[in-house]
Design a protein around this ligand. Sequence first.
Ligand SMILES: Cc1cc2nc3c(=O)[nH]c(=O)nc-3n(C[C@H](O)[C@H](O)[C@H](O)COP(=O)(O)OP(=O)(O)OC[C@H]3O[C@@H](n4cnc5c(N)ncnc54)[C@H](O)[C@@H]3O)c2cc1C
Length: 397
Amino acid sequence: MKNMTINNSEVSPLTHLTEKEERFRERTQNFAKHYVMPLVFEMDKSAQIDRGLIEKIFEQGLMSIEIPIEYGGRNGSFFDSIIAIEEMAVVDPAVAVFIDVQNTLVINTIMRWGTEEQKRKYLPMLAKNTVGAFSITEKEAGSDATALSCKAKNVDGGYLLNGEKHWVTNAAEADIFIIFAKEQKTEGEEGRLTAFIVDRRETNGLTICDSEEKMGIRASSTCNIILENVFVPKENVLRAIGRGLNIALETLTDGRIGIGAQMLGLARGAFIAAVEYAQTRKQFGQTISNFQGIHFPLAQMSTEIEAARLFVYHVARLKSAKSDFKELFTLSSMTKLFASQVAEKVVSQGLEIFGGKGYMKGNILEKLYRDAKIGKIYEGTSNMQLRLIARSFNIKI
Ligand SMILES: Cc1cc2nc3c(=O)[nH]c(=O)nc-3n(C[C@H](O)[C@H](O)[C@H](O)COP(=O)(O)OP(=O)(O)OC[C@H]3O[C@@H](n4cnc5c(N)ncnc54)[C@H](O)[C@@H]3O)c2cc1C
């Protein structure tokens, strides 16, 4: 990794926040505590995010963090999005991914690649009350996204989209979809991969299937979507026909930092609960935190959480500073890989500190244990992150 030179006056510890960032963190923490925490188990059970909560999340500005003021947003930074995702995940990783997809994938894509017309049309609605989703995966195209077969047929004034998309986060609540499809060509010719903005309120032929029953992050919706002759005007092509791969790669690079933040918050949530329990549960006439067999794993957990925090913050700061894409590309994969490993380990150790209680429904560790697994799967599995990291030292893949 190359070193960057900066002025002495610019050097500040990675975990130091500006006053504005600190205020934003506190507001998000309070919001999560007062409005999300009381609903966590009910939403996990019913496998949906409370409608009233979604309205409050919009009112709080958490669905429009980086949208500039002129489009109705909070005018915050990428780092602010990371703070919000982390703090939300301390309380509920399912709600964290709801805001993560909106900010780091959907809004990010439109702000970065959208035309002025697209920004004027879609950013204000995303800031106000419209949920977004980002859809690449298909039945036969998971890790290998280039294998996708959803087709875009060129017709008068736009494109007709046909195909089936899998496992789209936020799809149950979303109206705006970023959908990746290939140009329909004649037999034997490969169409170019392209990203389209699809507003389901303005088109026919888009069916959202029921949300999947999942092991973890259950309140977050994950639906297949079916596209049958969905007309998309040519004005809704993102950047240009054939730019889909760039858009996907660059957007997911940022998205992976978001998943790193989600996993960091989840690990913090598990740690906080385990410390509290260790200080109150008594066995052998004393609190279990007195036993070395309990406080040593807690010390190990806090050390690993701190390492994950430094990693996530470092890469988020680099992203906010508009660092070189190649550098970010590798580091964001490392961040997601590492933070998801830490989360899984920390939550497992935390659950053991709760003993049998940690294994019971209604215990937060039981829930976080189920939630943690997804960090190693979506936005590229851990194997895919390792593959991308290996590319940076010129290993032929
Ligand atoms: C809850 C949830 C939410 C999701 N949300 C979205 C979303 O919003 N939008 C979206 O587009 N997608 C979404 N996905 C899809 C997700 O990104 C994919 O599941 C993921 O990329 C892996 O693809 P796959 O499941 O098809 O696994 P596969 O690609 O079939 O992989 C299976 C196994 O093979 C390994 N493997 C594959 N290729 C290689 C290789 N070359 N080298 C080594 N190992 C390899 C993988 O690491 C994995 O262990 C979501 C998935 C889930 C579960």
